[in-house]
Design a protein around this ligand. Sequence first.
Ligand SMILES: Nc1ncnc2c1ncn2[C@@H]1O[C@H](COP(=O)(O)OP(=O)(O)OP(=O)(O)O)[C@@H](O)[C@H]1O
Length: 335
Amino acid sequence: MSDASMIIVDDVRKTYRDGLFRRQKVEALKGVSFDVKRGEVFGLLGPNGAGKTTLIKILLGIVRKTGGQATLLGRPAGERAGRQRVGYLPEGHRIPQHLNGNTALEYYGSLSGLSMSQIRQRRPESLATVGLAEWGKMSVKKYSKGMLQRLGLAQAMLHNPDLLILDEPTDGVDPVGRAEMREILAQLKGQGKSIFLNSHMLQEVELVCDRVAILHKGKLRHVGDVKDITTLSGAETEFLLEGAEETIRGIIDKAAVLSWSGAGENRFQVGLRISAQPDVDRTVDQLRKAGISICRMTPRKLTLEEAFLQLIQTQTDDQSGNEQPTEITSFGAES
Ligand SMILES: Nc1ncnc2c1ncn2[C@@H]1O[C@H](COP(=O)(O)OP(=O)(O)OP(=O)(O)O)[C@@H](O)[C@H]1O
Protein backbone atom coordinates (compact mmCIF):
# COMPACT_ATOMS: atom_id res chain seq x y z
CA MET A 1 0.00 0.00 0.00
CA SER A 2 1.39 3.42 -0.90
CA ASP A 3 2.33 6.43 1.26
CA ALA A 4 -0.43 8.32 -0.51
CA SER A 5 -3.07 6.20 1.25
CA MET A 6 -5.31 8.19 3.57
CA ILE A 7 -6.95 5.05 4.92
CA ILE A 8 -5.55 1.54 4.98
CA VAL A 9 -7.72 -1.31 6.14
CA ASP A 10 -5.92 -4.65 6.23
CA ASP A 11 -7.77 -7.84 7.20
CA VAL A 12 -9.89 -5.95 9.73
CA ARG A 13 -12.19 -8.10 11.84
CA LYS A 14 -14.82 -7.22 14.39
CA THR A 15 -16.86 -9.59 16.49
CA TYR A 16 -19.45 -8.05 18.82
CA ARG A 17 -20.49 -10.02 21.84
CA ASP A 18 -24.13 -9.71 22.63
CA GLY A 19 -26.96 -11.25 24.63
CA LEU A 20 -26.99 -12.94 28.01
CA PHE A 21 -23.45 -13.19 29.45
CA ARG A 22 -22.25 -11.83 26.09
CA ARG A 23 -22.35 -15.38 24.74
CA GLN A 24 -23.88 -14.47 21.40
CA LYS A 25 -21.32 -13.53 18.74
CA VAL A 26 -21.99 -11.15 15.85
CA GLU A 27 -19.24 -11.17 13.23
CA ALA A 28 -19.69 -7.67 11.83
CA LEU A 29 -16.42 -7.63 9.83
CA LYS A 30 -14.79 -10.83 8.62
CA GLY A 31 -11.37 -9.71 7.35
CA VAL A 32 -11.80 -6.58 5.21
CA SER A 33 -8.91 -4.99 3.23
CA PHE A 34 -8.73 -1.91 0.95
CA ASP A 35 -7.13 1.52 0.87
CA VAL A 36 -8.31 5.05 0.14
CA LYS A 37 -5.86 7.24 -1.76
CA ARG A 38 -5.10 10.90 -1.27
CA GLY A 39 -7.48 13.18 -3.20
CA GLU A 40 -10.06 10.55 -4.08
CA VAL A 41 -13.75 10.32 -3.26
CA PHE A 42 -14.30 6.78 -2.05
CA GLY A 43 -17.70 5.22 -1.38
CA LEU A 44 -18.37 2.43 1.08
CA LEU A 45 -21.51 0.59 0.02
CA GLY A 46 -23.48 -2.28 1.37
CA PRO A 47 -26.98 -3.32 2.45
CA ASN A 48 -28.19 -2.82 6.03
CA GLY A 49 -26.04 -4.67 8.53
CA ALA A 50 -23.12 -5.07 6.09
CA GLY A 51 -20.65 -3.59 8.59
CA LYS A 52 -20.17 -0.08 7.15
CA THR A 53 -20.74 1.89 10.35
CA THR A 54 -18.64 -0.58 12.32
CA LEU A 55 -15.74 0.03 9.94
CA ILE A 56 -16.07 3.81 10.21
CA LYS A 57 -16.20 3.56 14.00
CA ILE A 58 -13.05 1.43 14.02
CA LEU A 59 -11.25 4.01 11.87
CA LEU A 60 -12.24 6.76 14.29
CA GLY A 61 -11.37 4.74 17.38
CA ILE A 62 -14.99 4.64 18.60
CA VAL A 63 -15.09 0.84 18.34
CA ARG A 64 -12.14 -1.48 18.96
CA LYS A 65 -11.35 -3.99 16.22
CA THR A 66 -10.98 -7.67 17.04
CA GLY A 67 -8.18 -8.25 14.52
CA GLY A 68 -6.22 -6.87 11.55
CA GLN A 69 -4.66 -3.46 10.94
CA ALA A 70 -6.24 -0.08 10.21
CA THR A 71 -4.45 3.23 9.69
CA LEU A 72 -5.76 6.72 9.23
CA LEU A 73 -3.35 9.20 7.58
CA GLY A 74 -0.45 6.89 8.34
CA ARG A 75 -1.27 6.50 12.05
CA PRO A 76 -2.96 3.57 13.75
CA ALA A 77 -6.74 4.05 13.63
CA GLY A 78 -8.09 5.76 16.72
CA GLU A 79 -4.80 7.55 17.52
CA ARG A 80 -5.29 11.24 18.21
CA ALA A 81 -2.64 12.46 15.74
CA GLY A 82 -4.46 10.86 12.79
CA ARG A 83 -7.93 11.76 14.01
CA GLN A 84 -7.08 15.46 14.31
CA ARG A 85 -6.70 15.67 10.53
CA VAL A 86 -10.09 14.05 9.93
CA GLY A 87 -13.51 15.69 9.76
CA TYR A 88 -16.46 13.42 10.63
CA LEU A 89 -20.15 13.76 9.84
CA PRO A 90 -21.99 11.03 11.76
CA GLU A 91 -25.14 9.35 10.46
CA GLY A 92 -28.36 11.01 11.60
CA HIS A 93 -26.55 13.71 13.58
CA ARG A 94 -28.78 16.03 15.63
CA ILE A 95 -27.95 19.69 16.14
CA PRO A 96 -29.41 21.08 19.39
CA GLN A 97 -32.46 23.15 18.44
CA HIS A 98 -31.58 26.23 20.52
CA LEU A 99 -28.48 26.89 18.37
CA ASN A 100 -28.07 28.88 15.20
CA GLY A 101 -25.51 28.23 12.46
CA ASN A 102 -22.78 30.26 14.17
CA THR A 103 -23.30 28.92 17.67
CA ALA A 104 -23.57 25.35 16.38
CA LEU A 105 -20.09 25.68 14.90
CA GLU A 106 -18.86 27.19 18.20
CA TYR A 107 -20.35 24.25 20.08
CA TYR A 108 -18.94 21.51 17.84
CA GLY A 109 -15.63 23.34 17.27
CA SER A 110 -14.99 23.60 21.00
CA LEU A 111 -15.93 19.93 21.46
CA SER A 112 -13.20 19.05 18.97
CA GLY A 113 -10.64 21.18 20.83
CA LEU A 114 -10.56 24.40 18.77
CA SER A 115 -10.23 27.73 20.60
CA MET A 116 -13.00 30.33 20.18
CA SER A 117 -10.66 32.55 18.13
CA GLN A 118 -9.80 29.64 15.82
CA ILE A 119 -13.51 28.89 15.41
CA ARG A 120 -14.39 32.51 14.62
CA GLN A 121 -11.55 32.72 12.13
CA ARG A 122 -12.52 29.53 10.26
CA ARG A 123 -16.32 29.81 10.56
CA PRO A 124 -17.07 32.21 7.66
CA GLU A 125 -15.15 30.06 5.18
CA SER A 126 -16.77 26.82 6.37
CA LEU A 127 -20.27 28.30 6.15
CA ALA A 128 -19.54 29.82 2.73
CA THR A 129 -18.26 26.50 1.36
CA VAL A 130 -21.55 24.81 2.22
CA GLY A 131 -23.65 27.72 0.92
CA LEU A 132 -24.78 28.93 4.37
CA ALA A 133 -22.86 32.22 4.56
CA GLU A 134 -26.10 34.18 4.99
CA TRP A 135 -27.61 31.75 7.49
CA GLY A 136 -25.19 31.94 10.43
CA LYS A 137 -27.55 33.95 12.63
CA MET A 138 -30.65 31.93 11.80
CA SER A 139 -31.94 29.36 14.28
CA VAL A 140 -31.35 25.78 13.11
CA LYS A 141 -35.08 25.21 13.72
CA LYS A 142 -35.62 27.08 10.44
CA TYR A 143 -33.15 24.95 8.49
CA SER A 144 -34.31 22.34 5.97
CA LYS A 145 -32.93 18.80 6.21
CA GLY A 146 -30.48 19.61 3.41
CA MET A 147 -29.27 22.72 5.22
CA LEU A 148 -28.81 20.75 8.46
CA GLN A 149 -26.67 18.23 6.59
CA ARG A 150 -24.64 21.05 5.06
CA LEU A 151 -24.19 22.61 8.49
CA GLY A 152 -23.02 19.18 9.67
CA LEU A 153 -20.50 19.22 6.86
CA ALA A 154 -19.35 22.74 7.83
CA GLN A 155 -18.80 21.39 11.34
CA ALA A 156 -16.72 18.51 9.95
CA MET A 157 -14.62 20.93 7.90
CA LEU A 158 -14.11 23.58 10.55
CA HIS A 159 -10.57 22.55 11.45
CA ASN A 160 -9.59 22.25 7.77
CA PRO A 161 -9.04 18.47 7.79
CA ASP A 162 -7.30 16.53 5.00
CA LEU A 163 -9.83 13.71 5.09
CA LEU A 164 -13.60 13.85 5.48
CA ILE A 165 -15.50 10.80 6.69
CA LEU A 166 -19.20 11.20 5.94
CA ASP A 167 -21.76 8.67 7.15
CA GLU A 168 -24.91 8.94 5.00
CA PRO A 169 -24.44 12.65 4.15
CA THR A 170 -27.61 12.85 2.04
CA ASP A 171 -29.89 10.74 4.23
CA GLY A 172 -33.40 12.25 4.20
CA VAL A 173 -32.35 15.07 1.86
CA ASP A 174 -34.49 15.93 -1.18
CA PRO A 175 -33.11 15.82 -4.76
CA VAL A 176 -32.28 19.55 -4.80
CA GLY A 177 -30.43 19.23 -1.50
CA ARG A 178 -28.60 16.17 -2.76
CA ALA A 179 -27.47 18.00 -5.90
CA GLU A 180 -26.18 20.84 -3.69
CA MET A 181 -24.30 18.35 -1.52
CA ARG A 182 -22.76 16.77 -4.63
CA GLU A 183 -21.56 20.13 -5.82
CA ILE A 184 -19.95 20.85 -2.45
CA LEU A 185 -18.22 17.46 -2.42
CA ALA A 186 -16.86 18.09 -5.93
CA GLN A 187 -15.60 21.48 -4.78
CA LEU A 188 -13.88 19.90 -1.75
CA LYS A 189 -12.28 17.28 -3.97
CA GLY A 190 -11.05 20.16 -6.17
CA GLN A 191 -9.40 21.63 -3.09
CA GLY A 192 -7.48 18.37 -2.64
CA LYS A 193 -9.56 16.91 0.19
CA SER A 194 -9.99 13.14 0.37
CA ILE A 195 -13.52 11.99 1.05
CA PHE A 196 -14.67 8.65 2.42
CA LEU A 197 -18.41 8.30 2.39
CA ASN A 198 -20.91 5.71 3.36
CA SER A 199 -24.22 5.93 1.54
CA HIS A 200 -27.31 4.01 0.52
CA MET A 201 -27.89 6.48 -2.29
CA LEU A 202 -26.24 4.60 -5.12
CA GLN A 203 -27.15 7.20 -7.75
CA GLU A 204 -25.35 9.79 -5.64
CA VAL A 205 -22.37 7.56 -5.18
CA GLU A 206 -22.17 6.90 -8.90
CA LEU A 207 -22.11 10.63 -9.61
CA VAL A 208 -19.64 11.62 -6.94
CA CYS A 209 -17.24 8.73 -6.20
CA ASP A 210 -14.06 7.69 -7.99
CA ARG A 211 -13.92 4.24 -6.40
CA VAL A 212 -16.16 2.12 -4.25
CA ALA A 213 -15.89 -0.85 -1.90
CA ILE A 214 -18.92 -3.09 -1.55
CA LEU A 215 -19.43 -4.83 1.77
CA HIS A 216 -21.94 -7.61 2.31
CA LYS A 217 -22.40 -9.54 5.54
CA GLY A 218 -19.05 -8.35 6.86
CA LYS A 219 -17.05 -9.34 3.79
CA LEU A 220 -15.60 -7.20 1.05
CA ARG A 221 -17.37 -8.22 -2.15
CA HIS A 222 -15.80 -5.80 -4.57
CA VAL A 223 -13.47 -2.84 -4.75
CA GLY A 224 -12.78 -0.79 -7.87
CA ASP A 225 -13.46 2.23 -10.07
CA VAL A 226 -17.14 3.14 -10.46
CA LYS A 227 -16.77 3.36 -14.24
CA ASP A 228 -15.30 -0.16 -14.42
CA ILE A 229 -18.07 -1.68 -12.32
CA THR A 230 -20.77 -0.23 -14.54
CA THR A 231 -19.22 -1.35 -17.83
CA LEU A 232 -18.36 -4.92 -16.87
CA SER A 233 -20.12 -8.09 -17.89
CA GLY A 234 -23.78 -8.24 -17.01
CA ALA A 235 -24.40 -5.03 -18.93
CA GLU A 236 -26.76 -4.91 -21.87
CA THR A 237 -26.30 -4.51 -25.61
CA GLU A 238 -29.30 -3.27 -27.59
CA PHE A 239 -29.73 -4.43 -31.19
CA LEU A 240 -32.08 -3.19 -33.90
CA LEU A 241 -32.39 -6.21 -36.19
CA GLU A 242 -34.14 -6.78 -39.51
CA GLY A 243 -35.05 -10.27 -40.69
CA ALA A 244 -37.25 -13.24 -39.91
CA GLU A 245 -38.27 -13.36 -36.26
CA GLU A 246 -37.93 -17.13 -36.14
CA THR A 247 -34.36 -16.98 -37.46
CA ILE A 248 -33.36 -14.30 -34.95
CA ARG A 249 -34.91 -16.20 -32.04
CA GLY A 250 -33.10 -19.35 -33.16
CA ILE A 251 -29.73 -17.61 -32.95
CA ILE A 252 -29.74 -15.50 -29.85
CA ASP A 253 -29.27 -17.02 -26.41
CA LYS A 254 -32.76 -17.08 -24.84
CA ALA A 255 -31.37 -16.68 -21.35
CA ALA A 256 -29.66 -13.43 -22.39
CA VAL A 257 -32.82 -11.72 -23.69
CA LEU A 258 -33.72 -8.73 -21.50
CA SER A 259 -36.21 -7.07 -23.84
CA TRP A 260 -37.89 -7.71 -27.18
CA SER A 261 -40.19 -5.40 -29.11
CA GLY A 262 -41.37 -4.97 -32.67
CA ALA A 263 -40.04 -1.91 -34.54
CA GLY A 264 -41.81 -2.22 -37.88
CA GLU A 265 -42.20 -5.00 -40.42
CA ASN A 266 -39.55 -7.66 -39.77
CA ARG A 267 -37.71 -5.23 -37.48
CA PHE A 268 -37.03 -5.98 -33.82
CA GLN A 269 -35.49 -4.09 -30.96
CA VAL A 270 -33.71 -6.69 -28.83
CA GLY A 271 -31.89 -6.10 -25.54
CA LEU A 272 -29.39 -8.82 -24.67
CA ARG A 273 -27.43 -9.28 -21.46
CA ILE A 274 -24.09 -9.49 -23.21
CA SER A 275 -21.24 -7.02 -23.18
CA ALA A 276 -18.06 -9.14 -23.26
CA GLN A 277 -16.56 -8.54 -26.70
CA PRO A 278 -16.17 -12.23 -27.72
CA ASP A 279 -19.88 -12.84 -26.96
CA VAL A 280 -20.94 -9.75 -28.89
CA ASP A 281 -18.70 -10.78 -31.84
CA ARG A 282 -20.11 -14.31 -31.87
CA THR A 283 -23.71 -13.06 -31.86
CA VAL A 284 -23.01 -10.57 -34.65
CA ASP A 285 -21.27 -13.25 -36.76
CA GLN A 286 -24.17 -15.67 -36.38
CA LEU A 287 -26.80 -13.05 -37.20
CA ARG A 288 -24.94 -11.89 -40.29
CA LYS A 289 -24.35 -15.46 -41.46
CA ALA A 290 -28.11 -16.06 -41.27
CA GLY A 291 -28.76 -12.98 -43.39
CA ILE A 292 -30.11 -10.81 -40.54
CA SER A 293 -29.36 -7.09 -40.92
CA ILE A 294 -27.94 -5.35 -37.86
CA CYS A 295 -29.36 -1.84 -38.27
CA ARG A 296 -28.05 -0.60 -34.92
CA MET A 297 -26.08 -1.93 -31.96
CA THR A 298 -25.77 0.07 -28.74
CA PRO A 299 -23.98 -1.01 -25.59
CA ARG A 300 -25.74 0.17 -22.43
CA LYS A 301 -23.82 0.58 -19.16
CA LEU A 302 -25.31 -0.76 -15.95
CA THR A 303 -26.15 1.82 -13.35
CA LEU A 304 -24.18 1.40 -10.14
CA GLU A 305 -27.45 0.34 -8.52
CA GLU A 306 -27.97 -2.45 -11.07
CA ALA A 307 -24.34 -3.57 -10.73
CA PHE A 308 -24.61 -3.50 -6.94
CA LEU A 309 -27.83 -5.53 -6.88
CA GLN A 310 -26.46 -8.03 -9.34
CA LEU A 311 -23.30 -8.47 -7.29
CA ILE A 312 -25.12 -8.84 -3.98
CA GLN A 313 -27.64 -11.23 -5.57
CA THR A 314 -24.92 -13.33 -7.21
CA GLN A 315 -23.01 -13.65 -4.00
CA THR A 316 -26.08 -14.30 -1.87
CA ASP A 317 -26.80 -17.26 -4.15
CA ASP A 318 -23.16 -18.41 -3.93
CA GLN A 319 -22.99 -21.62 -1.96
CA SER A 320 -19.32 -22.15 -2.68
CA GLY A 321 -18.13 -20.42 0.49
CA ASN A 322 -15.73 -18.32 -1.60
CA GLU A 323 -14.44 -15.57 0.71
CA GLN A 324 -12.53 -13.56 -1.92
CA PRO A 325 -13.70 -10.16 -3.18
CA THR A 326 -14.46 -10.08 -6.91
CA GLU A 327 -11.61 -8.95 -9.10
CA ILE A 328 -12.48 -6.09 -11.40
CA THR A 329 -11.90 -8.27 -14.48
CA SER A 330 -14.23 -11.02 -13.34
CA PHE A 331 -17.08 -8.91 -12.00
CA GLY A 332 -20.38 -10.47 -12.80
CA ALA A 333 -18.74 -13.62 -14.06
CA GLU A 334 -18.23 -15.07 -10.60
CA SER A 335 -20.92 -17.30 -9.25
N1 LIG B 1 -22.92 -2.63 19.43
C1 LIG B 1 -23.27 -3.73 18.77
N2 LIG B 1 -23.48 -4.89 19.43
C2 LIG B 1 -23.83 -6.01 18.77
N3 LIG B 1 -23.98 -6.09 17.44
C3 LIG B 1 -23.79 -4.96 16.73
C4 LIG B 1 -23.42 -3.72 17.35
N4 LIG B 1 -23.29 -2.78 16.39
C5 LIG B 1 -23.56 -3.39 15.21
N5 LIG B 1 -23.86 -4.69 15.41
C6 LIG B 1 -24.18 -5.70 14.38
O1 LIG B 1 -23.09 -5.75 13.47
C7 LIG B 1 -23.55 -5.89 12.13
C8 LIG B 1 -23.03 -4.72 11.29
O2 LIG B 1 -23.67 -3.54 11.75
P1 LIG B 1 -23.32 -2.09 11.16
O3 LIG B 1 -24.14 -1.09 11.90
O4 LIG B 1 -21.87 -1.90 11.13
O5 LIG B 1 -23.87 -2.24 9.65
P2 LIG B 1 -24.18 -1.10 8.58
O6 LIG B 1 -23.66 -1.64 7.28
O7 LIG B 1 -23.65 0.20 9.01
O8 LIG B 1 -25.75 -1.10 8.55
P3 LIG B 1 -26.78 0.14 8.27
O9 LIG B 1 -26.65 0.43 6.82
O10 LIG B 1 -28.10 -0.46 8.61
O11 LIG B 1 -26.39 1.29 9.15
C9 LIG B 1 -25.05 -5.99 12.21
O12 LIG B 1 -25.41 -7.34 12.26
C10 LIG B 1 -25.39 -5.30 13.54
O13 LIG B 1 -26.57 -5.82 14.09
